[in-house]
Design a protein around this ligand. Structure first.
Ligand SMILES: Cc1cc2nc3c(=O)[nH]c(=O)nc-3n(C[C@H](O)[C@H](O)[C@H](O)COP(=O)(O)O)c2cc1C
Length: 207
């Protein structure tokens, strides 16, 4: 399914777009646990489209406080080797299966998009808002992937909090991993999980 042509600067765009299909997609949205993700995944053109949609998020003062690293093809295997080595080094008590799990973590997923929070600490826009923007990027990709027909999951794991792994991914000192968005197809449909009743966490403000 191709994306519509990119609007030109200043083009008038619909302020709303009633769509039962979009509502259904959101109301029934479910991540696919990574153990259930297999091939096929998005091809090069589809990855490009996912990145375009990922980047089309709300961004206070348009500072683009995020960037992408794509894990695809043979690079997944190379990244897995590096990750397994870091994991084994930091967890000397880990058994072979645990190390192998790290080696395969991305190699067995068709495509992963790492969304990197890349804030400008000195910018007028608060750091918190810049970080929220990176989170919104992740959710946009997750939803767009489902709309393209792919299964997806947002993970962080230990990798998001390990400096060596961050360096291996190419992160700068001020950058953080907002999430790895795993992309592929579901071996079986994921099951509904417990959900909060939104009204239980909602108050209408009054004095
Ligand atoms: C910031 C963030 C990090 C997450 N990291 C992990 C993770 O490392 N491993 C994992 O199994 N799930 C992780 N999750 C949760 C799943 O991606 C998913 O949201 C959860 O299984 C609920 O499924 P749902 O998206 O269908 O509600 C993370 C979610 C978020 C928002």
């Amino acid at each position: 399914m191709p994306l519509p042509p990119r609007p030109k600067l200043g083009d008038r765009l619909p302020a709303s777009r009633p769509s039962q299909e979009t509502l259904e997609l959101l109301a029934l949205r479910r991540s696919t646990p990574n153990a259930l993700i297999t091939g096929p995944g998005p091809d090069a053109a589809q990855i490009k489209d996912l990145l375009v949609i990922g980047a089309r998020i709300s961004d206070h003062r348009r500072i683009v406080p995020f960037r992408f690293v794509v894990l695809a093809g043979a690079a997944r295997v190379d990244f897995g080797e590096r990750l397994a080595a870091i994991f084994a080094d930091k967890n000397p008590e880990a058994d072979l299966a645990a190390v192998e799990n790290e080696r395969q973590r991305f190699a067995r997923i068709p495509v992963t998009i790492a969304v990197i929070s890349a804030p400008d600490k000195n910018h007028k826009t608060p750091l918190w808002e810049q970080q929220l923007t990176a989170g919104a990027v992740c959710q946009n990709i997750l939803i767009a992937a489902n709309a393209m027909g792919f299964a997806a999951q947002w993970i962080s794991e230990w990798i998001a909090y390990d400096r060596e792994a961050a360096k291996c991914l190419g992160l700068g000192t001020e950058e953080k991993l907002a999430g790895f968005i795993l992309l592929g197809s579901a071996k079986e449909p994921p099951k509904e999980r417990p959900r909060v009743e939104a009204q239980e966490i909602t108050q209408y403000w009054r004095e």
